[in-house]
Design a binder for this molecule. Sequence first.
Ligand code: KG4
Ligand code: ZN
Length: 354
Amino acid sequence: GAGPLILGVETSCDETGVGIVRGRTLLANAVASSMDEHVRYGGVVPEVASRAHLEAFAPTVQRALGEAGVSLRDLDGIAVTAGPGLSGALMVGVAAAKSLAQGLNVPVYGVNHLVAHVAVDLLDEACTLDAEPTVALLVSGGHTEILVLRDVAQDVELLGATIDDAAGEAFDKTARLLGLPYPGGPSISAAAMGTYSDDGQPGRRDALRFPRGLSRADDLRPERGHRYNFSFSGLKTAVARRLEQAERDGEELRLADVAASFEEAVVDVLTAKAVLACRDLGIPRLLLGGGVAANRRLRELLAERCEEAGIALRVPPLPLCTDNGAMIAALGAELVRRGQSPSAQDFGAISSLD
Ligand code: KG4
Ligand code: ZN
């Protein structure tokens, strides 16, 4: 392939990601995760994450270079996540990327993590991102947003986001409540499919009625400002209350039913609002990103509803949906291609970027 050789660095949360692209060709995507170190805390611990990035950075760069079959001297530029994310974790990546760029005498680009989640689609040949606008649904343990990208390099608008817990965080916290292992997404999905039940039977998604946050007619009125926002903390509380009630009444709730009904509540509201945004804006393209994209029911319901609404759904391969360096490199390469000037050497980590 042609185009600039760009190395991308991602350290906004618990993944140390280093990716290498040449133009729109993916050459390497090396990721080291500190997830194992956070397991016993039931969530990402910022200081633990920062230290892990520091330790993992150099080896992950080496691994990416090996995978791509290039050397540092070949690089035309470096891109790094400037935010949003955990500030200590971001600073490790930003400092490392800047020193590397300075040592190699190549430009460095500080990029927005959320935009990079969408820009990763540029690595797919069928991508139309540079010609047509797209709506994006980004769902992970750290963020939950609906964005509209009219132009990948310049025109990005945050339509809505969670006002409390991220969707992945809701899975993680509810899993804890149900006594299921961290990370909660995969374990709740497994429970919903009957993995932890004696009878192995899948749960019924309509067994229990859990709330769909910010979805009442009133919330959806455009002037209320919550049309594209999410809220998941009430859902977690509703599950807790329901478990307590069952305990008091001596009622036997099936774990599979609770898990399936919870999962359905999350996935229902995510997909409904993403499709709503596409319809409102008249943009028949939707891109899914973030670690929760691994959720089977989310993919299924989203595909169903997009098809009904005539929306072209794009779902990158899972290693490109979760946090990674390739998406940062892809956005960096696009900026270079467009002749955008690099960031000044004094840019810092920006923990919230909206
Ligand atoms: O993007 P990601 O790998 O990391 C960050 O959040 O930074 O996303 C991890 C999140 C966790 O909250 C995890 O529980 C959730 O994604 N997740 C899932 C599934 N797999 C991972 N949530 C629902 N269903 C899944 N299958
Ligand atoms: Zn992310």
